[in-house]
Design a protein around this ligand. Structure first.
Ligand SMILES: [Zn+2]
Length: 348
């Protein structure tokens, strides 16, 4: 009953309050489409500042600098705020091609005395390395195995969860290979498997089918980002397959209108809508299959840049859940027991 963290194995019943989907350091700049208009281009080159925070609250990708978190001092301060609010375990799903740094994570984990669990595998097609076409399912599976068994990026720091494995609106062949490889590794290791699905797509079923056909256990799969364009029927159908669904955009309340629709292609739900959807799912009997996180991947999500930080779900969302009639016991299940069960590798 254990979980591998960046500093070694811990018991899964000792994880405390868990954020199951976050990014301490991340660099998504290469994934942000550039604009041809001079004024937009000029704005995209600015640094995140009070003068553009209003714009970024509507379109978070208007300034490219918002898509990178790389300041160690800032991240330390933000993680400390998470700890002080009562958090104990932080799952970091930044993968190799979007800025993963296992040694930095291990250093912060030791210094702050919090658990950090790191992810492995490949993110969406757009971030894949140039030789991805040459990789086979078996070679990708072996890479993921190695990150779990021996260590990541030339270190002996081991991954403790698979993902977030990236899929797009239409699943690319290389994404499918990665899904199949992840399923093989999931079956062998018993680890939880996070899958990033496109913010507006409903291809979670297809993802689950591919994974389970190749041996993955449904109750170790988590479909991410279902809380951007909330569709209750879709969620119910996914949950009936036995997988977890993750409300992981707490703190993101954008509205990019048609002038700004690139990464954000449609409306973006607000926290109160997320909480109300969770309450409904609990009433429908799905309490044990819901995960909750902030998926911090923008500077403006952090206190240091005007946001609510990693502690947002603790500081602001727990009271909102209470206001909406979710009980203390149910909140504990959502934030402690569910992620512990998802992360548990089923081994001693
Ligand atoms: Zn993420």
């Amino acid at each position: 009953m254990s979980v591998m963290t960046v500093t070694g194995k811990v018991r899964s019943d000792s994880l405390g309050l868990v954020l199951p989907h976050e990014h301490a350091f991340i660099d998504l700049r290469s994934l942000v489409p550039s604009s041809s208009e001079i004024s937009r281009k000029k704005m995209s080159q600015e640094q995140v500042a009070l003068t553009n925070i209003g714009k970024l609250m509507r379109n978070p990708y208007a300034v490219l600098d918002n898509a990178v978190i790389d300041d160690e001092t800032v991240v330390r301060d933000e993680l400390l705020k998470f700890k002080k609010a009562g958090g104990k375990t932080f799952v970091d799903l930044t993968l190799r091609d979007i800025g993963r740094d296992p040694a930095l994570l291990a250093g912060l984990s030791r210094e702050l005395d919090i658990n950090i669990v790191a992810g492995c595998g490949y993110y969406i097609n757009k971030s894949h390395p140039s030789d991805m076409d040459n990789k086979t399912v078996d070679s990708i599976a072996e890479e993921i195995f190695n990150e779990i068994r021996y260590g990541m990026d030339g270190t002996d720091i081991k991954a403790g969860v698979i993902g977030e494995i990236g899929t797009s609106e239409i699943i690319y062949p290389n994404e499918k290979k990665t899904l199949i490889a992840s399923a093989i590794v999931q079956k062998e290791t018993g680890l939880g498997l996070h899958v990033h699905t496109d913010l507006y797509a409903t291809n979670g079923y297809e993802v689950v089918n591919i994974l389970t056909e190749h041996g993955a256990t449904a109750d170790k799969i988590c479909i991410n980002h279902v809380d951007v364009d909330i569709k209750m029927d879709y969620l119910k159908d996914l949950l009936n397959l036995g997988v977890y669904v993750e409300f992981d955009n707490f703190g993101k309340e954008f509205y990019a209108d048609k002038r700004d629709r690139s990464v954000l292609r449609g409306p973006f739900a607000r926290d109160i809508e997320r909480v109300r959807a969770i309450k409904k799912l609990i009433d429908w009997g799905f309490l044990s299959k819901i995960l909750i996180s902030n998926d911090v991947c923008l500077k403006t999500c952090l206190h240091n840049y005007g946001g609510w930080g990693y502690d947002h779900v603790i500081t602001n969302i727990i009271p909102m859940m209470e206001d909406e009639g979710i009980t203390t016991e149910q909140i504990k299940t959502l934030m402690c027991s569910n992620p512990a069960e998802f992360l548990d590798d089923g081994k001693d």
